[in-house]
Ligand binder design. Structure first.
Ligand code: AOF
Ligand code: ZN
Length: 349
């Protein structure tokens, strides 16, 4: 019971890293001495100190650490990455016990962290709130196992199943609150991706201007490099990647990347993953969403359904998966679906 209580606190701390630490996992740490929290910390930014280090630094009386229990939401890392191995810190401090929620699927850790602690004579308890810890880091778990970013597909459709009118006009399907929620989501993923028709007909900026937080990297699929650069996505400070089948080129913030037509979604995701992009929000249009969905390259779908009807137009993508959650956003119905294949990677069995 006590273990769950402190681990929940560590998970709450970990979640503060959302939108700041990717492609690293969100990790929290609580240090407890005689039933009292004497220090806590979380991984605050990519490349920065790990949760354990921040928690130890927050302890005023370091003399208590040898008698303390550490609650960590992820198995402590056992190798030197951008920062030193947390197992080195822990084996030096030699606390009474280390309680861990989930194992670290990173092949450079993957059980080795736990083994090193036990070898050093530290009592280790695992699996406390494991399901919550894995769900919190669904992006990290999928990315580590699949070697590609976590893919969230998002769209708004009419009650009769259209994503846009026949002329590609997709304006005003979802309401203002749903659209603001999408801006919040943009601050939570590393990249945002759309196809060239969406750039052409919606002319979006693809920024998170209606929510505090960072802007994602903007990614466009434009196979023939047909759209030119006179659209809103090419303004602003954020980087723009244009995947195409014509040429590689670099021009200021805009990088054109050549990929093959046959394996486009795979190659796009591989390129992004190699550049530390841990998650992508795909916002349309229908052809782009369908291309990723049909390749099985999606992990989560967030679908708004408005009361409006169009009678005819461009059909919304179809997913043969029931919703895991459903809610109303000021009258729009929002459903969240998970890919059953990749859900296995972050859902505790
Ligand atoms: C922990 N505590 O707070 C985090 C961990 O490059 P680095 O040094 O930041 O290491 C990144 C890896 O460390 C990451 O891929 C994951 O395996 C682990 N993350 N581990 O013990 C933490 N953020
Ligand atoms: Zn670490």
């Amino acid at each position: 019971m006590q273990d769950e209580l402190f681990m929940q606190r560590a998970l709450d701390l970990a979640a503060r890293g959302l939108g700041r630490v990717s492609p690293n996992p969100m990790v929290g740490c609580v240090i407890v001495h005689e039933g009292k929290i004497i220090g806590e910390g979380w991984h605050r930014q990519f490349g920065g100190p790990h949760a354990e280090v921040n928690a130890v630094n927050a302890v005023a009386d370091k003399g208590l650490l040898a008698e303390a229990t550490f609650y960590v939401t992820l198995e402590p890392c056992s190798y030197q990455g951008k920062t030193p191995a947390c197992t080195d810190l822990l084996t030096k401090l030699k606390p009474q016990r280390v309680v861990v929620a989930a194992n670290d699927p990173n092949p450079q850790v993957n059980g080795r962290g736990l083994a090193m602690l036990r070898q050093a004579g530290i009592e280790v308890t695992t699996g406390v709130l494991a399901a919550g810890a894995m769900a919190l880091n669904k992006r990290f778990f999928v990315a580590m196992h699949r070697q590609r970013p976590y893919v969230v597909v998002k769209w708004a459709q009419t009650a009769d199943g259209f994503i846009a009118r026949k002329d590609y006009n997709a304006k005003w399907i979802s309401n203002a609150q749903s659209r603001q929620l999408v801006h919040k989501w943009r601050t939570e993923e590393d990249a945002i991706l759309v196809g060239f028709n969406t750039v052409k007909y919606d002319n979006p900026q693809l920024t998170a201007r209606d929510w505090p937080g960072r802007n994602p990297v903007r990614v466009i699929i434009d196979p023939t490099l047909g759209i030119g650069t006179d659209f809103n996505v090419f303004s602003g400070d954020e980087k723009v990647l244009v995947f195409n089948t014509v040429a590689d080129a670099q021009q200021g913030r805009v990088t054109r990347v050549k990929v093959s037509r046959e394996n486009m979604p795979d190659e796009v995701l591989a390129y992004l993953y190699a550049r530390d992009i841990g998650s992508v929000l795909i916002e349309g249009g229908a052809a782009t969403l369908t291309m990723f969905i049909n390749s099985g390259l999606w992990d989560e779908a967030r679908v708004f359904t408005a009361a409006t009807t169009f009678t005819e137009g461009i059909a919304a993508p179809e997913l043969a998966v029931g919703p895991a959650a459903e809610q109303s956003i000021a009258g729009d119905r929002l459903r969240i679906m998970y890919n059953p294949v990749t859900k296995e990677l972050w859902q505790k069995s």
